[in-house]
Design a protein around this ligand. Structure first.
Ligand SMILES: *[C@@H]1O[C@H](CO)[C@@H](O)[C@H](O)[C@H]1NC(C)=O
Ligand SMILES: *[C@@H]1O[C@H](CO)[C@@H](O)[C@H](O)[C@H]1NC(C)=O
Ligand SMILES: *[C@@H]1O[C@H](CO)[C@@H](O)[C@H](O)[C@H]1NC(C)=O
Length: 290
């Protein structure tokens, strides 16, 4: 019995390895036709620091899938069919600096997914269907500098972003989501953020305290939203380093827009030129005359 069990498992291991199609060249390893099985961490002999999956149809990433590849510094699982991540999906990747899950089918990010990725600097979750990011999802990412959440289905700024652990975050992309408003203090703890991209949402109002805490912000993109008004005085009160703001493609009234631009320029904030072809424009930004 035992002998049979052992033989079967040897055959299974052999089968699993033979189904893998991973090749290493100069600096990286590429896998195709790969799939991941529960309780069967991927094994690659002589893998490189950079691992890329190509043309795969991975649907889920079971806990510990990569735990035998602790030297990985970059992992790319882009443009696949990943729907599910779970607590521990990236366990063991203590040296990972960059993770891309761009272009998958994720709808929720649950707590604990990135719990071992303490060195992560770049996380790309763009172009998915993310609606929810659980509150503690990013708690371990104290070295994260660049986070892409663009092209998803977020309706509010997730509270998981407003945590002290994200003290290294410099760049945050939330463009092309479904945001309608920015709640007060949404980014209160992002004290190193330099670029905030909120373009291509449905933002129609901003509370006075929408951007409190962003004391190092240099560039704010509010283009392609539904803003009719905003108060530069309130907005810039605590954004003392702000250099550029993008406002093109909104619903501004021309007189108000002229006034807004003047107020920003007085504060030393440059309002980026628009490229509107509409009849009425100010600074190249389309507006409507009342
Ligand atoms: C922000 O998102 C828009 C829309 O996708 C994009 O055109 C722009 O390059 C992004 N980056 C910045 C820094 O605004
Ligand atoms: C500006 O801020 C003050 C105090 O925080 C508030 O009373 C006022 O309504 C704000 N104005 C706008 C246009 O948001
Ligand atoms: C500016 O910062 C102060 C102190 O942190 C805070 O009380 C105030 O509400 C902030 N104002 C705005 C408009 O963000």
């Amino acid at each position: 019995m035992r002998f049979i069990a052992e033989s079967v498992s040897i055959i299974l291991i052999f089968l699993h390895n033979s189904l893998q199609d991973c090749r290493s060249s100069a600096g990286f390893t590429t896998c195709s036709n790969e799939y991941l099985r529960r309780n069967s961490p991927i094994r690659i002999n002589d893998y490189k620091n950079i691992l890329e999956f190509k043309k795969t149809s991975l649907e889920e990433i079971p806990t510990g899938s990569f735990k035998l590849l602790p030297e990985l510094t970059m992992l790319f699982i882009s443009n696949s069919d990943v729907k599910y991540l779970e607590e521990g999906s990236f366990d063991g990747l203590y040296n990972l600096r960059k993770l891309s899950l761009y272009g998958n089918k994720l709808s929720i990010i649950t707590n604990g997914v990135f719990r071992h990725c303490r060195k992560l600097e770049t996380l790309d979750l763009g172009m998915n269907k993310i609606e929810e990011i659980q509150a503690d999802s990013f708690n371990d990412l104290a070295n994260l500098k660049d986070l892409n959440l663009g092209f998803n289905n977020l309706r509010t700024v997730p509270s998981s972003l407003n945590i002290l652990s994200l003290r290294s975050l410099r760049i945050l992309h939330l463009n092309n989501n479904q945001l309608e408003t920015i709640q007060p203090n949404s980014f209160n703890n992002l004290n190193s953020l330099e670029i905030l991209n909120l373009s291509d949402n449905k933002i129609s109002s901003l509370s006075g305290n929408a951007f409190t805490g962003l004391i190092t912000l240099l560039e704010l993109n509010l283009g392609s939203n539904d803003l009719r008004s905003l108060d530069p005085q309130n907005l810039t009160q605590n954004l003392s380093r702000l250099k550029t703001i993008k406002l093109s493609i909104n619903s501004f009234d021309c007189d108000r827009l002229r006034n807004i631009i003047e107020m920003f320029e007085k504060k030393g904030v440059k309002v980026a030129k628009g490229h509107s072809k509409s009849k009425d424009t100010i600074n190249g930004i389309g507006c409507s005359k009342t």
